[in-house]
Every structure is written in C-alpha cells, then in structure tokens.
Design a protein around this ligand. Structure first.
Ligand SMILES: NC(=O)c1ccc[n+]([C@@H]2O[C@H](COP(=O)([O-])OP(=O)(O)OC[C@H]3O[C@@H](n4cnc5c(N)ncnc54)[C@H](O)[C@@H]3O)[C@@H](O)[C@H]2O)c1
Length: 387
C-alpha cells in the first residue's frame, strides 16, 4: 500500500513509519517538526539523543535498502495539506500529526487556541483533501482514550446502545474530555464521523491509551534510529517521568491520591495496531472506532512498580503525593472494552518489571540530559490565563 504517515517524526509516527516500511509498504512521512520546537520553547529535550529526520531516513536506507519519502510542512496550512495528499494519493493515511499534550493545551489561551486550530484544522484539511482527490483512502486517525473521561459505567468501543422511553438506538459513546487537547480529539472524531456519513469516506478512529516504552525492533537496530523519550511535566507521561525521577535520585511524584486509572499500550503494539487497521479497512461510509490499549493501570500502581524496580537497581526513590494540578477524579470506576484489535490478531506486550528496568537503565545512561526543573507540574487546570 501507499501509506502516508502524518507526524512521522514523532514518538509514535517514527517507529510506525519504519515498521510499515519493513512490511513492504511505500511510506511517505509528513511532519513540520513542531514537536522539536515545543521542546525548545519548554526548555526540555528527549532523554534519548534523537537524530534529525534526514539522518534517520538516510541510515534506514543504508541499513535496509528501503526508501522512505518525506514532505516537510504544516498540515494546518491549506495548500500544503492538499498538495501532499494530491501528490501522493495514499491508500491509507495514518494521522498522528497533532499537538498531543494535555498540560500544553492548558498553559493559557494561546496554547489552547493553537492546539485546537492545529489539530482540528489539520484534520479538516486532510478530510477535504481525501474527499476531493483520494476518496478511497482509509483515514487511520489517532484519537485518545481520554476522550471518554471516567464514566461510572463500562466504556465501549466508540458506540453504546441506549434504550430511551421504549426506543433503542446505537449512538456515539458520550465524551467527557479532561483538557482542551482532549476536546480537540472529540471535535476531530465528530468531524470525521460526519465526513464518513456525508461523503462516504472510510475512517478508523483509534482511541489510544497512554503509550509507554521507547524502542521497537526497528528503532533499536541503530543509534541513529533511536526513538524519543519524553519525561518532563508537560510532554512526559507519568511512567517516563517516574523513571527519570528515580534515575536522577529525585522523589517519584504522584499527583493526588494516584487512583487515576487509564488504558496503556506498549509502543511495539501501537505500530502493530496501525498495521492491523490498515490491512483491515472499513467499508466506504463507515466510521469505525477501536480502543487501542492493552491493559489498565492506576498512577499509584505505576509509581510503586517503578519504585520497586528502581530499588533493585540500587536507586532509593521516595514516593510522594503532590496536590493534583489537574481537575480529575482520583478514585473512580474504570473498565474499558478493547477487544476489536485483539479480534484482528493483536498479541499484546504487557508492562512488566523488565520493561520498567529498561526504561530506568535508559534514563540512568542519559542522566546528563535530564532537566530536573521540568519534573514539577507547571500548569494549573484551575487557573485560566488570558495569555
Ligand atoms: N504518546 C501517547 O501516549 C499517545 C496516547 C494517545 C494518543 N496519542 C496520539 O497519537 C498521536 C501521536 O502522538 P506522539 O506521542 O507520537 O506525539 P509527538 O508529538 O511525538 O508526534 C506528533 C508529530 O506530529 C507533528 N505535527 C504536529 N502538528 C503538525 C502539523 N500541523 N503539521 C505537520 N506535523 C505536525 C509533530 O512535529 C510531531 O513530530 C497524537 O495524535 C496523539 O494525540 C498519543
């Protein structure tokens, strides 16, 4: 297949592009490197040393003889988005290219506006471009489990059958997003669903859980192909931050009580899920939703796991609770369905002590790159800033 990987320089997109290339697909990476610029803005950087996209692509070619094409530009910019789709005419378009940090979207007005414009307009541009020039293209869009929030009933995969006043219908599952970033994903889902219903496009919305681990077989095969490892308070996920804190001899900081429970997935399973979605496209007009996670963990369980493995490596982290900067339930019911990707053949890698040890060892090897001042929560959900 001809597969366009939008956001192919990022944490999920880079390993996905390599994995799809190995499977024999013709891959085009599209990215505007905004993620690298946000690191500069925030005074942080990937814990692992990552190469530029040109160097990555050249090394991939040297190692495998496979060509990955690239197009550098902003998908929220109307001409670029159209020309890149019209020029490549993809069979599948994997869309990772969004601002994906909840705290970043909550910094102030301008970061919230940027996040929603970047994400919602980028997706709209792709929908119109696909609709006009490539209507058979399968849009594989990364959403997030955070769209659903934490309802007091089981979370289904996209839809729920409701009986109301004696009548029954299957409707989109209610969304209770927890940040302006998560809201942008909900807006995307609505826009994509509408485009499928109205223009007959076909799309898969992958409501992904928090992705952990760093490398896949391909990215680990050469230092120039190394993937990014975000650990800071804005872009780092809790598990990565806990590992960096422990490796640096700092306290492991849990927000609030730590009962916040979420879906998680190993990066090696992310790339496989994309392949499964691409190989099994929906029908024209179908808006399909898969919950892309393999297991559920609470923040406190993760912190305790990191603490335990860190102690086995002669680190001595204390586990402390901080006032929660986010507005979220800290103890709640959480049970989300995730069978549809398993039914297509996903065999999950589950989080274990070995994976946490690898994350800790990577953080210890790169200790000189840790910026401990970025661990602390810097964004308060409760205080709007007209910045
Ligand atoms: N990482 C996770 O834990 C996680 C969890 C759930 C969902 N997701 C979703 O998966 C996708 C990828 O996440 P990630 O962790 O790889 O993020 P990332 O920030 O590492 O990668 C996103 C890439 O998209 C690019 N990009 C952003 N806006 C763009 C634009 N307008 N035009 C062109 N390129 C643009 C960035 O430069 C970056 O390289 C996101 O949509 C995110 O919401 C990620």
């Amino acid at each position: 297949m001809r597969i366009l990987v939008a956001g192919g320089d990022g944490f999920c997109g880079w390993p996905t592009a390599l994995y799809l290339s190995v499977q024999g697909h013709e891959v085009l990476i599209v990215d505007n490197f905004s993620r690298r610029r946000w690191d500069e803005e925030l005074g942080t950087e990937s814990l692992t040393r990552i190469s530029g996209l040109d160097a990555r692509i050249a090394r991939w070619r040297e190692l495998t003889g496979r060509e990955i094409k690239t197009a550098v530009g902003d998908l929220a910019e109307e001409r670029f988005a159209y020309e890149v789709v019209a020029g490549f005419r993809p069979d599948a378009l994997v869309h990772f290219a969004e601002q994906r940090s909840a705290p970043y979207s909550m910094i102030d007005r301008s970061h919230a506006v940027f996040t929603q414009v970047n994400n919602v307009v980028g997706t709209l541009n792709l929908l119109f471009a696909i609709g006009e020039v490539s209507p058979d293209c399968h849009l594989i869009k990364l959403g997030t489990m955070g769209e659903y929030g934490t309802p007091n009933i089981d979370i289904e995969e996209g839809y729920i059958t409701i009986e109301h006043k004696g009548r029954t219908d299957t409707l989109p599952y209610p969304k209770q997003p927890g940040s302006f970033y998560h809201l942008s994903k909900v807006h995307d889902s609505h826009n994509i669903m509408f485009a499928c219903r109205t223009w007959g496009l076909k799309a898969t919305d992958l409501n992904q859980g928090v992705v952990y681990n760093v490398e896949t077989g391909e990215t680990a095969s050469d230092p120039v192909l190394t993937n990014r490892y975000d650990y800071d308070g804005i872009f780092g996920t809790a598990l990565n931050r806990f590992c960096a804190q422990a490796a640096n001899g700092d306290q492991i900081t849990v927000y609030g009580q730590g009962g916040q429970t979420r879906g998680f997935i190993d990066i090696r399973d992310t790339v496989r899920c994309i392949e499964l979605a691409a190989n099994n496209p929906p029908e024209p007009g179908e808006f399909r939703v898969f919950n892309q996670f393999t297991e559920q963990w609470s923040v406190l369980q993760l912190a305790r796991l990191v603490e335990k493995v860190a102690r086995s490596l002669d680190l001595e982290p204390d586990l402390v609770h901080l006032a929660n900067p986010r507005v979220e339930k800290e103890t709640h019911y959480y049970n989300a369905a995730n069978t549809r990707l398993m039914d297509l053949g996903l065999k999950p890698h589950l989080l274990d002590e070995e994976t946490v040890e690898r994350l800790l060892l990577t953080a210890m090897e790169n200790r000189d790159r840790i910026h401990p001042e970025t661990f602390a929560p810097q964004v308060d959900w409760r205080r709007p800033h007209y910045g």
